[in-house]
Design a protein around this ligand. Sequence first.
Ligand code: FES
Length: 125
Amino acid sequence: MDYRRVARSGQVPEGVVRRFFLDGVEIAVARWAGRVHAMSNYCTHLDCLLSSGHATEDGLLCSCHGSVFDYESGEPVTPPATRPIHVYPAREEGGEILVLLPPEAATADGPRRRRLDHGRREATG
Ligand code: FES
């Protein structure tokens, strides 16, 4: 498992969140205080896209109902979300943003409907 390039550093300025795809997995990349953070792009409350939100001092803000998720743990620090989002290790090198995506991210992440569909297919074989 290696860090993989997802974007140029300049594509994610300070305070901004952008959406990228890596191996078909949709991820949100945010920058706060100079550091980049990568996470699932789906809010665990009602699946709004976190790339429509904002990077804040407290974490990534979902624009739909105001949940904020901690950059490091993915835990919600502000309701209404009660479950954490997936966070992925991210770093910068040579002007590029690199993310380490675990293999299980392809099936463990995404909108609730897709996760449920995947579980049903596995259950029925
Ligand atoms: S969908 Fe994100 S807070 Fe409701």
